[in-house]
Design a protein around this ligand. Structure first.
Ligand code: AMP
Length: 436
C-alpha cells in the first residue's frame, strides 16, 4: 500500500474528508485502504480484523458517504443503515465515531441497547433515524413491539460477529433478519473466522469479498508479560503493593466475577486508590461514567469483568493485571491486547494461585514458552512461607523486582516469544504500517 494514499483518494465527499481530517487521521489504516473502495463499489464484505485496526471507520465512512451522496440526504424512509454490536460499550463507541465522521452531514444517528430507558430509543426508531447502532437483544425486543422499520434497510453491518455468536446472540440475529430488507449491502467484521462465522456469512451475505488484516500489534510483541504465583488470599494485598509504583499509571484489572470486581474496587478505595468498576450488574450510566473517568485519567484503576471489557478501546493503558487468571488462552490474549496499543508498549501481570496453575501451564504450552515469574518478599504461592523460602527473593525496592518493571531480559526476549498462528499475516498490511 502506498504511503501516499490519503482519504481524499476515496470518493467520500468533501464533508467526510473534512471530518476525517478534523479527527486527525492522516492516512487510512490497512483495513480502511482495503475495505473502503470495495464497500463504495457496493460489494458485500467479510473483514477479518480486530478492534484497534480502524475497522469502525472502514465500514462507517463509506456507509455515510452512500447515505448522503453529495452531502445531501434523500427523503427519509425508516432506518437505512443498521450496525449490530455485541456490547453496549462497543455500540456507544461506534455511535460516537459515526457522529464524529458524520458531523457535517444532515444525518440522524441513534443507538439501541439495554441498560437504559426504552422510550428515547423507541422515539428514535419511530421517527426513522438514518443510522442505528444496536445490540441484538434490545433491538429484537423493540422490533417485536412493532417499533422501527427495517424494511428499507440499505446497509447492514455485523460488528465483532464472533463475539456476538460467543455471547449467544445468533437466535436473536436470525429473528431480526426477518424484519430486514433483502435488497441491502451486508458487511461482517470478526476477529476470527470460524465455521459458525462462515455459516452466518453464507446465510446473510451475497458473494462477499474477504479482507484479512492482522491486529495492530501482536500482544506478544508489544506487551511485557509476567506472573506472580501468589496465594488467593494475598492477591488484594499484592495488588495494593504493586499499585504503589507510579509507573502503573493507567491500570485495567480483570476479575472473573462481578462480585469479585466489586470486592477489589472496595479494597482499592479503602487503600486510597481511586478506582472505577465495570460489570454487567452496573447500570449503563454507571458503566459509561466508569469508562469516562478511566479514559480521562480521573481514576487510575478500572476493575472489569471480561464481558464488560469487550470492545473497550482506551489508548494508553499502561498495565493489565489479571487478578484472576483467565480461563482460556483466547481470553488471555484478548485481555493483554488492551494494553500495548498503538505504538505504546505495555505490561501484563498475572496473579496465579495454586488452583490456576493448570490454566497458566496450558497457556504457556500454547505460547511455546514460559512467562517470566516475579516475586516480592512477603508474597508466595500457597504452601510456601512468604518472604524467606524461595531462592532469589528480593525486596520490592530492588531494581530487578520493582513491581512490573521491565528487565533488560524481558525486553530482549520480546521478539519471537509467541507463535501468532498467522494472526499477523495480511495480504493488505504493509510491513511498515504503524497506526497513528
Ligand atoms: P477501531 O479499530 O475502529 O476501534 O479504531 C481504533 C482507534 O483508531 C480509534 O481510536 C480510532 O479513532 C483510531 N483510528 C481509526 N482510523 C484511524 C486512522 N486512519 N488514523 C488514525 N487513527 C485512526
Amino acid at each position: 500500500m502506498s504511503s501516499s494514499l490519503s482519504f481524499r483518494s476515496f470518493p467520500l465527499g468533501t464533508k467526510i474528508w473534512q471530518a476525517v481530517e478534523e479527527a486527525g487521521y492522516a492516512r487510512p489504516t490497512p483495513i480502511q485502504a482495503a475495505a473502503i473502495p470495495l464497500i463504495l463499489q457496493g460489494r458485500d464484505l467479510i473483514g477479518i480484523a480486530q478492534t484497534g485496526t480502524g475497522k469502525t471507520a472502514a465500514f462507517t465512512l463509506p456507509i455515510l458517504a452512500k447515505l448522503c451522496p453529495e452531502g445531501n440526504i434523500p427523503a427519509r424512509s425508516g432506518t437505512r443503515a443498521l450496525i449490530l454490536s455485541p456490547t453496549r460499550e462497543l455500540a456507544a463507541q461506534i455511535e460516537q465515531n459515526a457522529r464524529t465522521y458524520g458531523k457535517h452531514l444532515p444525518l440522524r444517528i441513534a443507538s439501541v441497547h439495554g441498560g437504559v430507558r426504552e422510550r428515547p430509543q423507541v422515539a428514535a426508531l419511530r421517527s426513522g433515524v438514518d443510522l442505528v447502532v444496536a445490540c441484538p437483544g434490545r433491538l429484537l425486543d423493540l422490533l417485536e413491539q412493532q417499533h422501527g422499520n427495517l424494511a428499507r434497510l440499505e446497509f447492514l453491518v455485523f460488528d465483532e460477529a464472533d463475539r456476538m455468536l460467543d455471547m449467544g446472540f445468533l437466535p436473536s440475529i436470525r429473528q431480526i433478519m426477518r424484519w430486514v430488507s433483502r435488497k441491502r449491502q451486508t458487511l461482517l467484521f470478526s476477529a476470527t473466522c470460524s465455521p459458525e462465522i462462515e455459516t452466518l456469512a453464507r446465510d446473510f451475505l451475497s458473494a462477499p469479498q474477504i479482507v484479512r488484516i492482522g491486529r495492530r500489534a501482536d500482544p506478544a510483541q508489544a506487551v511485557v508479560q509476567s506472573v506472580y504465583e501468589v496465594a488467593r488470599e494475598q492477591k488484594a494485598e499484592l495488588l495494593c503493593r504493586l499499585l504503589q509504583a507510579e509507573e502503573l499509571r493507567s491500570v485495567l484489572v480483570f476479575s472473573r466475577t462481578k462480585h469479585g470486581a466489586d470486592r477489589i474496587g472496595r479494597v482499592l478505595e479503602r487503600a486510597g486508590i481511586p478506582t472505577a468498576t465495570m460489570h454487567a450488574d452496573r447500570s449503563q450510566g454507571q458503566r459509561t461514567r466508569a469508562l469516562e473517568a478511566f479514559k480521562a485519567g480521573a481514576v487510575r484503576v478500572l476493575v472489569a469483568t471480561d464481558i464488560a471489557a469487550r470492545g473497550i478501546d482506551v489508548d494508553g493503558i499502561s498495565h493489565v493485571i489479571n487478578y484472576d487468571f483467565p480461563a482460556t488462552p483466547e481470553d488471555y490474549v484478548h485481555r493483554i491486547g488492551r494494553t500495548g496499543r498503538a505504538e505504546a508498549t505495555g505490561d501484563a501481570i498475572s496473579f496465579v494461585a495454586r488452583e490456576e496453575l493448570g490454566a497458566l501451564r496450558a497457556l504457556e504450552r500454547l505460547l511455546g514458552r514460559t512467562i517470566e515469574r516475579k516475586q516480592i518478599a512477603g508474597f508466595a504461592p500457597e504452601g510456601c512461607s512468604g518472604g524467606s523460602s524461595a531462592g532469589g527473593q528480593q525486596s520490592p525496592a530492588s531494581p530487578e523486582h520493582r513491581p512490573a518493571g521491565r528487565s533488560r531480559a524481558s525486553r530482549a526476549d520480546r521478539r519471537g516469544r509467541y507463535r501468532s498462528g498467522g494472526r499477523g499475516s495480511s495480504r493488505h498490511e504493509p510491513r511498515s504500517f504503524r497506526p497513528a
